[in-house]
Design a protein around this ligand. Structure first.
Ligand SMILES: [Zn+2]
Length: 690
């Protein structure tokens, strides 16, 4: 059965909302909710539409006055609600208690044992009660100071967003369930939520649990929430009260179905949802949670979704209540108004996935973040008890339980030690430079390279330059390399990288005249290889000056060969500007770490790029320009068709001719030999001063 408006729903054009446009908060976008009621499960299932169908009749606001829930207590704080026998009656882990009390600013920083908050891990509930002084609805019963006082003193903070990155079985989804129930409890105790927040009369407030699929949202977030809810003495009592009033007045005041909760008299609803942006947008929420945000980018473990868009849609839906709460705090000094909460929890997949970025980003003052391995959160699981998992697959176990992800979720090089082994610290980046923004005559700022210095060339060696030309989004990377006939290895001589800034792209012609041309003039550069098509002008210019230049698109076979060279230590990198252990530490901030450190950035990129089977692509939130420029050079240094040019050179620092060819000649990718190339060869060799 289809409800009215279904045809319009099918007309995508009418429903189209521009992702990027900043739509005003729609009072209730649920007018768009049309549904096929035969759907009761799956990603397109929307329980709220079902609820709404039954309630589309005019809302009778008198139901607010029908129910007197004054006899049912409001919990004094998060901990009393969770552990209190008349509320949820569960025992959270001490770490969960710490997060709850800090998140809701529910303890007195002056009357609490100053050490306990940091020590919370395996204490008994009694010990926690003895040493922690909780606030009672925002007021300390001992010193009588309020939450607002402590916030002003900088001892507590108002949070409304949680970013929790922790290992599997750490208890993070239990924390979300506890907090969601607490939130529902507090909102049910508001006499009239839409009036309280100054909304349209009878406007519905949503609690939504989101995961990568509807099924996963149901399993990992909805079910733990419902299990606690169903067993909670407080909610049982509350619903009994509604039964009483319902039969008294002959109306149904609430519904508790497997897939949703609906409180008609308060206009509150709770349900799980798939990550459908259309459904996430527009509604007004008092709580939402996303599970496994670190896995939203599409690997074998998950479908591809844009985590930033999902978060943005949800965040906007919280704005109405958040603004109202802010006003209540600032102008009315109401320090116990329940805020709209966004709780994101996930295990990490890679160092720059969404959850790791959220946890590291400290620019949002209302975000509470934690990042813990399983054994530091759940006192019932020790590191030792996971030993067999660590033996089986150390990288996965470190990621899944240690919450310590590799730089890439689909690594091109999975073991960083392999990369450490190809670093030869007796080499350094053989050039130095500055980047400066320059205003042109039309007042457009562009980035130019300044003060470019480089080491002198080795005699008797033919060099190769690989170039990756990003324009607005990517960096411009130039990598100079040669083949060391003694080591039979590709040696990286110099890297230049210019990264564009916001509104300030890289000035291409200057990169060419200030970097590529001087290098070609001073080094015996036998070949310049470009990655991108837009570099056609430079290619022609180089050819005109007698330097062979070509454009080449790296293929997956090329990357396989390059990986083989890395594993066999036949590609050598100079010492990075930053200690290797720092580079592979996932808690380091990417942008800060790689700034003005091109070798560090190259190493990071090699570890962060994703090998997707048919192609090797950028890592999550990481550039790949230097990596690609480097690979272009390596590819041609070992190419059979170029072996006479590159592999006959001298060994490092000495002149040594004809030291043989690279072993295992079959590794070179086959390449069409063209006449023009053979002709060009003469001129290249002619230019080589040997
Ligand atoms: Zn106190």
């Amino acid at each position: 059965m289809k409800l009215s408006g279904f045809d319009e729903y099918l007309d995508e054009g009418k429903l189209h909302l521009d992702e990027s446009s900043d739509l005003p908060e729609l009072a209730d976008a649920d007018d768009d909710d049309t549904l096929d009621v035969s759907v009761t499960h799956g990603d397109s299932y929307d329980p709220f539409a079902l609820v709404k169908r039954a309630l589309d009749s005019d809302f009778d606001s008198s139901v607010f006055d029908m129910v007197d829930d004054g006899d049912l207590p409001l919990a004094k704080n998060w901990l009393e609600f969770c552990a209190g026998p008349s509320f949820l009656n569960v025992k959270p882990f001490p770490k969960q208690i710490k997060f709850g009390l800090e998140f809701f600013a529910d303890y007195c920083p002056d009357c609490t044992d100053p050490k306990i908050m940091d020590e919370l891990f395996d204490q008994s509930l009694q010990e926690i009660y003895d040493r922690v002084q909780t606030l009672h609805r925002g007021v300390c019963p001992k010193c009588h100071k309020t939450r607002l006082d402590f916030v002003k003193e900088g001892k507590l903070r108002f949070y409304n967003e949680l970013a929790g990155c922790a290992g599997q079985r750490s208890g993070k989804s239990v924390w979300v369930a506890l907090t969601a129930n607490y939130q529902l409890h507090r909102y049910l105790k508001l006499p009239n939520p839409s009036y309280y927040f100054n909304l349209l009369p009878g406007q519905t407030l949503h609690m939504t649990f989101v995961a990568i699929t509807y099924g996963q949202a149901e399993d990992t977030l909805w079910q733990p929430f419902r299990d606690q809810y169903d067993r909670s003495p407080w909610f049982l009592e509350y619903n009994k009260l509604l039964d009483h009033y319902g039969s008294k007045y002959g109306v149904e005041l609430y519904e508790t179905k497997d897939t949703y909760l609906w409180y008609d008299h308060k206009r509150l609803t709770c349900y799980a949802s798939g990550p459908d942006k259309r459904k996430l947008r527009g509604r007004t929420r008092f709580f939402c949670s996303v599970d496994e945000l670190g896995w939203f980018h599409g690997t074998d473990k998950a479908v591809k979704l844009n985590p930033d868009q999902v978060c943005q849609a949800l965040e906007r839906s919280l704005r109405t209540i958040r603004s109202a709460v802010e006003k209540k705090r600032n102008t009315l000094q109401q320090f116990d108004a329940p805020d709209a909460v966004f709780a994101n929890i996930s295990s990490p997949s890679a160092a720059n996935d969404k959850i790791m970025r959220l946890v590291r980003d400290t620019s949002i003052p209302t975000r509470y973040a934690f990042h813990l391995p399983t054994w530091e959160m759940n006192p019932e699981i020790t590191r030792e008890s996971l030993e067999s998992e660590f033996m089986d697959n150390p990288v996965d176990a470190e990621r899944d339980y240690g919450a310590n992800p590799p730089l890439s979720d689909a690594p091109f090089i999975s073991n960083p030690e392999v990369l450490r082994a190809i670093i030869d610290t007796s080499y350094k980046n053989g050039c130095a430079y500055d980047a400066a923004s320059v205003l042109d005559k039309t007042y457009q700022a562009t980035l130019h390279i300044k003060n470019f210095h480089f080491e002198p060339a080795l005699p008797g060696i033919n060099y190769i330059i690989g170039i990756d030309t990003g324009y607005t989004k990517n960096a411009f990377a130039v990598v100079l390399q040669h083949f060391d006939a003694g080591r039979k290895a590709c040696i990286l001589d110099a890297v230049v990288e210019i990264r564009p800034r916001e509104g300030c792209p890289v000035h291409f012609p200057s990169m060419f005249s200030a970097v590529v041309e001087p290098l070609v003039a001073k080094y015996s550069v036998a070949l310049v290889v470009f990655d991108k098509w837009q570099s056609i002008d430079f290619q022609q210019e180089l050819q005109d000056k007698g330097t062979k230049a070509l454009r080449y698109s790296l293929k997956h076979e090329d990357f396989s060969i390059i990986r083989g060279l890395i594993l066999n230590r036949k590609a050598v990198l100079p010492g990075p500007e930053l200690a290797f252990n720092k580079i592979i530490d996932p808690s380091e901030d990417y942008s800060r770490m790689i700034d003005k450190r091109p070798i560090t950035h190259l190493i990071y990129q090699i570890l962060a790029v994703r090998d997707l089977g048919r192609t090797v692509t950028k890592g999550l939130g990481v550039d790949d320009d230097i990596f690609r420029a480097w690979c272009l050079g390596v590819k041609f240094l070992v190419d059979m068709d170029y072996e006479k040019i590159f592999q006959h050179g001298a060994v490092r620092g000495k002149r040594k001719k004809g030291l043989g060819f690279i072993q295992g000649r079959t590794i070179g990718a086959p390449m069409q030999r063209s006449n023009s190339y053979t002709n060009k060869l003469g001129s290249i060799l002619g230019r080589t001063k040997s």
